[in-house]
Design a binder for this molecule. Structure first.
Ligand code: FAD
Length: 287
């Protein structure tokens, strides 16, 4: 099934998982998927390491298993910066054979250790290429606070419109902790004529390391309320986890009340956290 059809019926609730690290067995992810299955997600997306991760073949394997063994719709992330057109053609064939119909088409982060291939400069180039070479539902990334390389949020919206015009059917945001950025972004998108569903990407922050990593990787504002909570509990892992879950639930309740098209939870492969959040919000997800 193409996921974009689901938005007409309800608020979407979905999860992101990542392939286990190089040293881990790919099978460890299936325990996570098994536990997520009981939450009846609308789909599960699987990340792909654009920086030459040695586990990149795992994305296809896991997305295929989610779809065919667990009966859950899956989305394969596909960052193009280090791929050639013939690499992508081969991957599209593999996705098709595996029954994976949904692709999150990305550029990928520029990694100083890899010289990018020249076939795809931006995600919009990949989206056009996928459209021309297969029948997939295409999802694209978006940034409520602007992408970290972008000179301005206006430029960023223009570039987002390019992705939608190229054929993206739906969008998923980068994580954010202040919903007001999301609401302003949604308005800018509507003014720019971007009319596809936008799912809010929410990450429950459950440890201090996660925050440090996020701040270096993305342009994301940490509001005072969030910082106060994190500083208060940074040396108490259990309290930090509970506070992070509570913060994410608070964000999601507010987003659903404001008519968000869907929530995409960055699970960090932690099904217990996903369970706690689901228990708190599942009755709100009705149309
Ligand atoms: P693009 O849309 O190509 O944008 C990149 C930059 O170029 C932006 O600043 C944009 O404004 C600018 N730009 C775009 N088009 C043009 C144009 N025509 N002219 C001038 N400037 C332009 N990374 C991974 O490696 N693996 C993953 O699995 C992964 N999953 C992700 C999932 C989500 C939901 C999100 C939000 C991000 C994910 N990322 C992942 C990170 C993503 O690859 C990076 O944020 C990357 O830096 C940008 O990717 P993009 O697809 O948004 O790029």
């Amino acid at each position: 099934m193409k996921i974009c059809d689901l938005f007409k019926r309800k608020s979407i609730f979905s999860f992101e998982v990542f392939p286990p690290k190089r040293t881990g067995s790919v099978n460890t992810i299936y325990d996570t998927v098994e536990k997520l299955k009981s939450l009846n997600p609308d789909f599960i997306s699987v990340t792909y390491g654009a920086g030459g991760s040695e586990n990149k073949d795992s994305t296809l394997k896991i997305a295929s298993a989610i779809k065919n063994n667990y009966g859950i719709e899956s989305v394969a992330h596909l960052p193009c910066i280090n791929l050639t057109k013939s690499d992508v053609l081969k991957m599209l064939e593999d996705f098709k054979s595996a029954g994976v119909k949904n692709i999150l088409a990305l550029r990928g982060d520029i990694n100083p250790n890899f010289t990018p291939k020249k076939d795809f400069k931006y995600a919009s180039d990949l989206i056009t290429f996928i459209r021309e070479n297969g029948d997939f539902n295409i999802i694209a990334a978006c940034y409520p606070e602007g992408h970290n390389e972008s000179p301005s949020i206006i430029e960023d919206i223009r570039n987002l419109k390019r992705k939608v015009d190229a054929g993206a059917n739906q969008l998923i945001t980068q994580l954010f902790f202040d919903n007001s950025y999301f609401y302003s972004f949604r308005e800018r998108a509507a003014i720019a004529g971007i009319n596809v569903p936008i799912q809010a990407g929410i990450m429950p922050v459950v440890n201090k390391k996660q925050i440090e990593r996020m701040v270096t990787l993305c342009r994301v504002n940490l509001p005072k309320k969030f910082l106060t909570i994190m500083q208060r509990y940074e040396n108490n892992p259990e309290a930090m986890r509970d506070a992070g879950v509570a913060y994410a639930i608070d964000q999601i309740v507010d987003l659903i009340a404001h008519g968000v098209d869907g929530i995409h939870l960055y699970t960090m492969n932690n099904p217990d956290i996903a369970h706690r959040i689901y228990e708190a919000i599942n009755t709100l997800l009705v149309a």
